[in-house]
Ligand binder design. Structure first.
Ligand code: FAD
Length: 396
């Protein structure tokens, strides 16, 4: 048929918003839309620090894609993309091939380990529902092991590499979980060590210094030992080597120190910086008028010329613009340039504690924690309306 084919790769923040907007804006038979995702559910990456630490159930961090999209309007294909072939306008899946007229790439990023030896092999990452189930089980298992071999203090030593948003949010949850696990396994909490190691001269680089200080104070009180301005030199099966060669023995290293673009993008032949494509103002890959890239795989610069950090917030806004531009292309109407509207940022520090900047103001403590909940609920509302808010919303 002559109906244009739109294929969306990835049902993360960018991909799902693109799909939902297309579903709303396209007229009947104006385009064929196919959404491809590795799993039959969408997960809330921004919530994964909780199930990773075990302070929430992984079920609260995901929702079935069939609950979000109208399958009469969008074809959903559960499969893994193995290759993108812009020259042939084709996408190779693990179990088939799709051809497209327009492509949206939203497959999310990958951990960046900056070549630190052993990090890929020996550390775990907070990336998906499966990866956080592994982390949660692994942590509990260390407590069980320690009961049999109480001389092995490395079982109760937990290392978080990176004090960016993910590292800080995760260690806050983990610090909340430790007393519970200690009680459950009859272990003196004094035996547990939590390290957060960051190479940059400050935790939460780029964030307001007063709020950063507050965050470190809250987390230190919860038992976190910070090593800031300290690079991890190597990650081994026995722990990490830091700074000038100090060894921290640990059976649990969680790496949150960086995100890069997906390897699929480089392999497709796009020009990239750390795996990301510098897209044009309409979110298209340079030289490809029919390929849009949203979320962690796109690179965009603010008016001052600094790259926007990859966030769910920008991915969602890109999804909206991307859908608008796809519809405009199909209708031969002018495209709209992307403009990021910063709605603020809130980082949680465990139960009832957070820091953030919103509405041009700084917030900390209980109110910031409520803001975080409000942001999460707003997201549930945007993608799934009131029913999803009621099913997945955590109110306090
Ligand atoms: P993702 O949301 O990562 O989704 C990618 C999708 O593609 C997934 O569904 C995946 O299964 C699928 N996929 C991947 N590979 C393939 C393949 N080969 N084939 C098929 N499907 C595939 N951002 C904020 O704005 N605020 C926050 O508070 C915040 N907190 C965070 C906390 C944590 C713990 C983490 C890890 C991140 C946080 N972020 C936050 C960052 C944010 O989660 C990411 O920037 C965002 O998820 C990027 O969205 P995306 O659409 O690019 O991809």
């Amino acid at each position: 048929s002559n109906i244009p084919k739109i294929v969306i790769l990835g049902a993360g923040y960018g991909g799902i918003l693109t799909a939902l907007r297309l579903q709303k804006e396209l007229n009947y038979n104006e385009a064929d839309v196919t959404l491809v995702n590795k799993h039959d559910y969408h997960y809330f990456t921004t919530h994964l620090h909780m199930p990773a630490a075990g302070t929430d159930n992984p079920e609260n961090a995901r929702v079935g894609i069939s609950k979000l999209i109208d399958e009469f309007k969008i074809d959903f294909v559960k499969s893994t993309v193995v290759q993108i072939r812009p020259q042939d306008k084709k996408v190779i899946l693990e179990d088939g091939t799709l051809s497209y007229d327009y492509l949206v790439i939203g497959v999310g990023g990958e951990p960046e380990t900056f070549g630190i030896p052993g990090m890929i092999e020996n550390a775990m990452n907070i990336r998906s529902i499966n990866s956080v189930r592994l982390i949660r089980e692994h942590i509990e298992y260390q407590f069980a092991r320690y009961k049999r071999e109480p001389h092995r203090t490395d079982y109760l030593t937990f290392v978080v590499g990176g004090a960016g948003f993910t590292g800080i949010e995760f260690i806050g949850e983990l610090a909340d979980r430790i007393p519970e696990l200690c009680k459950q396994f009859d272990i003196d909490p004094a035996n547990v060590k939590l390290y957060n190691i960051e190479a940059a001269p400050t935790a939460l680089p780029g964030f307001d210094p007063e709020l950063v200080e507050y965050a470190m104070e809250v987390l230190s009180k919860k038992g976190v030992t910070f090593k800031i301005g300290t690079a991890i030199k190597e990650c081994t099966p026995d722990g990490v080597i830091v700074g000038e060669g100090e060894e921290i023995r640990s059976q649990t290293v969680i790496w949150t120190g960086g995100i890069r673009g997906n390897r699929l993008i480089e392999e497709a032949g796009f020009e990239t910086m750390r795996g990301r494509v510098k897209v044009d103002e309409f979110l298209r890959a340079p030289g490809h008028e029919n390929i849009y890239i949203v979320g962690d795989n796109s690179l965009m610069f603010n008016p001052e010329g600094r790259p926007y950090p990859p966030t769910a917030q920008i991915a969602m806004q890109q999804g909206v613009t991307c859908a608008h531009n796809l519809v405009a292309s199909i209708r031969n109407q002018p495209l709209k340039g992307f403009e990021f509207k910063n709605k603020g940022t809130v980082a949680s520090l465990g139960k009832g504690e957070a820091i953030g900047i919103a509405f041009g103001k700084k917030y900390k403590g209980r109110f910031a924690a409520l803001l975080k909940i409000a942001i999460d609920l707003r997201y549930l509302f945007i993608i799934g309306g009131i029913p999803l808010v009621l099913r997945k919303g955590k109110f306090l």
